[in-house]
Write a protein that binds this ligand. Sequence first.
Ligand code: PLP
Length: 431
Amino acid sequence: MSALRGLPPVDTLAAEVDAPRALAVAAARAVLAERRAELLGGALGETDLGARARAWAADVTRPSLRRVLNATGVIIHTNLGRAPLAAAAREAVARAAEGYGNLELDLVTGERGSRHIHVEALLCALTGAEAGFAVNNGAGAALLATAALAGVGREVIVSRGQLVEIGGGFRVPDVIAQAGARLVEVGTTNRTRVDDYSRAVTADTAAILRVHQSNFRQLGFVEDVGVEALCELGVPVIDDVGSGALDALYDEPAVRRSVAAGAALVCFSGDKLLGGPQAGLLVGRAEAVERAKRHPLARALRIDKLSLAALEATLRLHRDAPDEIPVLAMLHASREVLLTRAERLAAALPGAEIIESVARVGGGALPLLELPGPVVALPDASLAPALRAGDPPLIGRVEHARLLLDPRTLADDELEATIAAVKPHLRGQTP
Ligand SMILES: *Cc1c(COP(=O)(O)O)cnc(C)c1O
């Protein structure tokens, strides 16, 4: 009882917490309640209540969504937020967040404008399309394209080889059902020919949907139909390209190619394909794009101003300075650059050695593309949970019971933080 009576008043303990008053009081109350329960449970000994209250306050104020050091080598890592934004895109987000903006105001006429104009000309210039706009994400773009062109009860033809699941439950047959359209399957899992499509076209056919297989590949006895041949069938073609580089450097389906072939709508992902913010892009024929813009789902899926600001800035970089887009810089990083980073890490981390390994792009993008390069190997993979629990958390790649730190996905200005995160855990491990 005397121990209970010896507990400080809430205000006294709160004064020891350097935080806004409401938070300090909450911390003091929580820690006093904990301590009372401990004492009633028979706890003996001293405890530093001030330190506990400060720790409590620090814990509840730490953001849930935090910066993480990505040492996995997976460039488009969906669990880690996919694409780090370029400096220009980050600045655009900050400007858009700070004050009001002309999101939907035409500054010349003073009338209501459209949020789409901020990116439409850039999208057209980069892809060769007549028109285009952005929605919330790639899955939304595919759903909207199907709903807008097919609508309720009409038929959408899809190859059986493209009835895929992208991840997160995004399955092509479900998307078509959600759009209200009827799926007409053609061909087989491994082979679909242009005749399969042309035989399936009826008066009810609204569109042919082509879907990039994204996160897997079929090899061997495989055949599919190019977008050009599909566009010659006289039916609007929706091409869900998803990911892949705009410059077609990496054997990915290029948006430009589908646009040039005459696809009605080409859908792709703002982070996976552009290295920009989460967004879904629709580009193509003016009339088809207009239908998509006017569809009620377009309102439900509309992009917000922060993403739009980042997207505009990222599209400008694709036009003017693609090297400044972090995802592209990581894809193209030279061996020299990677080795310099690896050497800096290895020199500072006792027991670490540089070995050769292979990174992947990730995110359903370029699944077969291997990115060989030097990585830093730590001898003991059991460090992984402790590094994840750090501040900032560091995520590596476990391979053959070693923990690899891949310099490809660490920026130069993240190396010091990486060393600081890892080093304390290595002490005592080395001879
Ligand atoms: C990734 C992907 C999507 C979904 O895009 P998100 O931006 O992740 O919503 C849709 N279709 C294809 C082919 C994809 O690869």
